[in-house]
Design a protein around this ligand. Structure first.
Ligand code: T3D
Length: 256
């Protein structure tokens, strides 16, 4: 068994966390395998990524059996195992879709929220489990959830440890779409395929701009927009987009 499986359908890469007996809780091997999958996803032949879980869970954060004896220095484990993969998702210059197929808890919520889009099965649930065991949000949970939900709702949810249903997560804007569980894979593939057909470099640069906006002044943001817009005009997809518009035909974007 491999802790993370990858598959390709054209330019869409699916990364499946694969420890279904423990709802895909993280252990060291899974961190390493996820890191390798995210490195593979950097290739130009990949234009959209789907992150999902095997079995009935998405990901329930740290494997707690590793805490039974002595937790060790969690800070070091976060820096060494979790942070590189959270940063790798944000650094991917292409859309990453979390297809949340079941319970997401602890760092599993953080990883879902590190993705660019979240769609959920109607059976999915979201548990900010950290507080339930006396921990604080990590793996970017406090960063992403407060940006997605705003301070008040993020504080209330993350300090209650309450399990949210997919419908509640949708109402709060934590996920953009909820589908019947048996349709999730197909819907994620459809969405990923549609995004993979868009100007990939433009999507990558849009992602960079939105991340930058979180902490930039207006002056800084205007400057980065100007730089990246210049870069966008040097892409093949810009030329194709303008030509297709003027020819009154559908564009055929290559991702270059
Ligand atoms: O160490 C570091 O590096 C620091 C990093 C910390 C980051 C973190 O993520 S801390 C937060 C860790 N996660 C949790 O605390 C979540 C614990 N799990 C739950 O609260 C519940 O499992 C859920 C609410 C997520 C789902 O509940 P339910 O009823 O759908 O499933 P279940 O029956 O609880 O779980 C199914 C199995 O998965 C079960 O095993 P069994 O009885 O069938 O043999 C359960 O023990 C196992 N499981 C679930 N979560 C974990 C786990 N095993 C190990 N670690 C888990 N996190």
């Amino acid at each position: 068994m491999t802790e993370v499986e990858t598959s390709r359908d054209g330019s869409v890469m699916t990364i499946t966390l694969n420890r279904p007996d423990v709802l895909n809780a993280f252990n060291a091997a899974m961190h390493r395998a996820l890191g390798a999958a995210l490195r593979e996803a950097r290739g130009d032949d990949v234009r959209a990524v789907v992150l999902t879980g095997a079995g009935r869970g998405f990901c329930v954060g740290q494997d707690l059996t590793e805490f039974r004896e002595e937790p060790g220095d969690i800070g070091e484990r976060l820096r060494g195992n979790y942070h590189p993969n959270v940063l790798a998702i944000r650094a991917l210059e292409k859309p990453v879709i979390a297809a949340v197929n079941g319970p997401a808890a602890g760092a599993g919520v953080s990883f879902a929220c590190a993705c660019d889009v979240r769609i959920a099965a109607d059976s999915a649930t979201f548990v900010p489990a950290f507080i339930n065991i006396g921990l604080v949000p990590d793996s970017g949970g406090s960063y992403f959830v407060s940006r997605l939900l705003g301070y008040a709702r993020a504080f209330e949810w993350m300090t209650s440890g309450r399990r949210l249903t997919a419908a509640e997560a949708h109402a709060w804007g934590l996920v953009s779409e909820v589908v019947e569980a048996d349709r999730l894979t197909a819907r994620a593939a459809e969405l990923a395929s549609s995004l993979a057909g868009m100007p990939t470099r433009g999507i990558g640069m849009t992602k960079r701009l939105l991340d930058h906006a979180a902490s930039a002044t207006l002056d800084e943001q205007l400057e980065l927009e100007a730089q990246l817009q210049s870069a966008a005009t040097r892409t093949e997809d810009f030329r194709e987009g303008v030509a297709a518009f003027l020819d009154k035909r559908e564009p055929r974007f290559s991702g270059r």
